[in-house]
Design a protein around this ligand. Structure first.
Ligand SMILES: Cc1ncc(COP(=O)(O)O)c(C=O)c1O
Length: 431
């Protein structure tokens, strides 16, 4: 496979898995042996995975943690059904955005009071972009990246139009060079949604600070997937999704991070009543709540928060360094098996482990149909236009044998041209 050039740095340590990787052609038994020595193997039981499915799409919608249905049943039947409005006080509903945020904070290297759950990633990005611009009066340039997830660019364009700022997207390898004294805010996604390439958060943040700019990191494909040390990198702001590697369910609430040193200057633009200093005083004028509470807007999506909070227990006791090691072992294995067994694909993801998130993206002009053929066999990845076959490896529940079986199916689908069947060519609304 031909790998595309990449930038970034995020060193992970590969032992013990990579050391166990033999130079001889791999076998399924070898993959079984890797699973047998996996310290996270027991975590798979924390999830409900349908029989016959190999789920390689945790980067779009995480699998269902086993504990969530019972917790939701209790929330709906007891807390909502019996407790009714009293549950805002009695069932811990009201402080849930802060409480769940504190749990997410542990996964992204933040202090508990620096993270809050609210709204969607797109909306949190809007709030933080405007807040960051307000912290840099006299500067009006927002720098983003070409190839970022569209919402990041769309929101930056909207903010620029609203505030009179200018938005400029530069190529990923030009980000460092684009940083100068005119830049108010740099807005980047840590792990690229298409390629899986990882930026060097520490180095970029440091350079941005040297020129007086602030940085917003989108952690949609980072949180729960790899180690992240926001405070260790001196990060300013971050946002991220609850429904991907955090397994919070479809449309789960998103999170926002603001470093404590910025709390005193935080002024976000969506001045709703839940971000007020005293929501239940029903004052006529807006007074922002101190700290992260200000990022709340309207009534929190309580059932979504309850599902996410329950789902996050799947990370209890999990060493994120071990999770990263396993994730890299899975993606190394996938790349090697495709190299060895299935010619004809390009590789959009960096081969260097340090530069790779928790996914592998192949390229092929028939990518859409090939993904549909895989899904028909229960091997679920996704397609990103124009030609990317994207496979996410959620290390809590994906095994090495799953990678072996997925590549074996891919080999068969390519060898028999199964992908060319008409039903695999018809485009669906969600890819
Ligand atoms: C990098 C990135 N940012 C943001 C989003 C969208 O977030 P939301 O739908 O919560 O606004 C996605 C969705 O896939 C994404 O990949």
């Amino acid at each position: 496979m031909a790998a595309q050039a990449s930038t970034a740095n995020n060193r992970g340590h590969l032992e013990p898995f990579a050391c166990a990787m033999t130079q001889a052609p791999l076998t399924r038994a070898h993959c079984e042996a890797l699973d047998a020595q996996d310290p996270l193997a027991g975590c798979r039981d924390r999830f409900t995975l349908p029989a016959g499915v190999i789920y390689l799409d945790g980067n779009s919608l995480g699998a269902l943690p086993r504990c969530v249905p019972e917790r939701m049943r209790q929330a709906v039947e007891q807390e909502w059904g019996v407790g009714l409005i009293r549950s805002w006080n009695d069932a811990g509903w009201y402080p849930a955005p802060q409480r769940v945020g504190a749990r997410v904070a542990q996964l992204v290297g933040a202090q508990g009071h620096e993270v809050i759950m609210a709204d969607s990633t797109s909306i949190n990005l809007f709030k933080l972009l405007v807040a960051a611009l307000r912290m840099r009066p006299g500067r009006s340039l927002i720098v983003g990246e070409v190839g970022n997830f569209p919402t990041d660019a769309y929101v930056a364009e909207g903010v620029a139009e609203l505030t009179g700022a200018r938005f400029e997207a530069v190529a990923p390898q030009e980000v460092m060079a684009a940083l100068n004294e005119q830049v108010a805010v740099l807005s980047l996604t840590h792990v690229n949604y298409k390629t899986g390439r990882v930026y060097d958060m520490a180095a970029i943040t440091q350079r941005a600070h040297e020129v007086g700019a602030l940085v917003i990191w989108d952690l949609a494909h980072t949180a729960g997937a790899l180690q992240c040390d926001l405070n260790g990198c001196d990060a300013d702001f971050a946002v991220g999704c609850g429904y991907k590697y955090l397994n919070g369910g479809p449309g789960a609430p998103a999170f926002a991070f603001v470093a404590q040193r910025h709390h005193a200057w935080l002024r976000q633009p969506l001045t709703g009543w839940h971000g007020h200093a005293q929501p239940f005083a029903f004052d006529q004028g807006y007074r922002p709540a101190p700290g992260m509470d200000q990022l709340l807007v309207g009534t929190a999506s309580q059932l979504g928060l309850i599902a996410l909070e329950s789902a996050l227990t799947a990370f209890d006791g999990v060493d994120m360094a071990a999770l990263r090691r396993k994730s890299l072992s899975l993606s190394d294995l996938f790349i090697r098996l495709v190299d060895e067994q299935v010619p004809g694909f390009g590789l959009a993801t960096p081969r260097e482990p340090d530069l790779r998130g928790s996914q592998v993206s192949l390229t092929h002009e028939q990518g859409y149909a090939i993904v549909q053929a895989l899904i028909a066999r229960g091997i679920i990845g996704d397609f990103r236009a124009p030609d990317i076959l994207r496979f996410g490896f959620a290390a809590l529940y994906v095994r090495h044998v799953d990678i072996w079986d997925a590549v074996a199916a891919l080999k068969d689908i390519m060898g028999t041209r199964e992908w060319a069947r008409p039903e695999f060519m018809a485009k669906k609304a969600v890819t």
